[in-house]
Design a protein around this ligand. Structure first.
Ligand code: OAD
Length: 233
């Protein structure tokens, strides 16, 4: 019933924005953060995902991101990512705003993607901001330009989101007739504010829908791939 309703809304909306989180990639074998098997149930985010971690415990910081970068070599986008890319190509979706740093939406063919928490696939120097090679990061080299510390282009806790992307997403959300939020616990600010910034309809697809506090017009509990496969459009 709710899946059919979402199908109708997708078809009638002239401007649909998708917001995704780590749940989007678990079916590709990439852990999320707050599920039982998620990263933050095994490691304290303060020790690996903050600027303090980077400057004060680079060994652990480096190990964590190297592991996550290498995990991507063995994983690929799944059919759910491809369905979203197909929707974009058919004019059903205008933008994907993601908290994910894995680049799977683009690999699956989505072109209009804003990476609100950056990308783990590109590297820069934390000190001079110069772009660097991923292999240099993997072998724990220093910045070839200034000798500073190399890091992935992800947003760490305490850092601000890429302002251009954030602005693009906010404007798109304000104009959207439908916002579809997929695979995120909505625990992290400011992305968790996005569903409340639209005048359009809002839909939430997630495995666990017991914790969210944002009011949605439609909530679909289930696995992303299965839900997306069933939408009749
Ligand atoms: P979370 O791990 O907080 O939430 C992922 C959500 O996806 C959970 O509510 C799961 O129940 C759900 N989920 C997992 N697999 C699913 C599946 N196959 N189908 C449907 N739902 C599924 O991840 P995010 O909300 O993305 O930021 O986390 C937001 C940010 O917190 C991340 O970008 C990261 C993290 O700290 C930084 O590191 C800055």
């Amino acid at each position: 019933m709710s899946i059919e309703k979402l199908g109708e809304w997708l078809q009638s909306s002239k401007n649909t924005v998708i917001v995704t989180g780590a749940g989007m990639s678990t079916e590709s074998g990439i852990p999320d953060f707050r599920s039982v098997s998620g990263w933050w149930n095994h490691i304290d985010p303060r020790t690996v995902a903050t600027t303090e971690a980077l400057t004060e415990n680079y060994a652990l910081f480096h190990e964590f991101y190297k592991l996550r970068i290498e995990a991507l070599d063995k994983a690929a986008p799944h059919e759910g990512h491809s369905i979203l890319a197909d929707w974009e190509q058919r004019g059903i979706v205008s933008l994907v705003a993601t908290q994910n740093v894995d680049g799977f939406h683009q690999l699956a063919g989505s072109q209009n993607v804003e990476e609100l928490h950056g990308s783990i696939r590109s590297i820069r120097c934390h000190r001079c901001q110069q772009a660097a090679f991923i292999d240099d990061f993997k072998r724990k080299a220093s910045c070839p330009q200034c000798g500073g510390t190399l890091r992935p282009n992800v947003v760490l806790f305490g850092e601000s989101l890429p302002q251009k992307s954030w602005h693009i997403v906010m404007e798109a959300i304000k104009r959207a007739e439908l916002v579809l939020v997929i695979g995120t616990s909505l625990e992290v600010y400011p992305v968790n504010q996005l569903p409340m910034m639209t005048k359009g309809k809002t839909v939430y697809i997630n495995l666990d829908t017991s914790q969210y506090t944002v009011p949605f017009d439609l909530v679909i509990e289930g696995k992303i791939k299965e839900v997306l496969q069933q939408i009749p459009i």
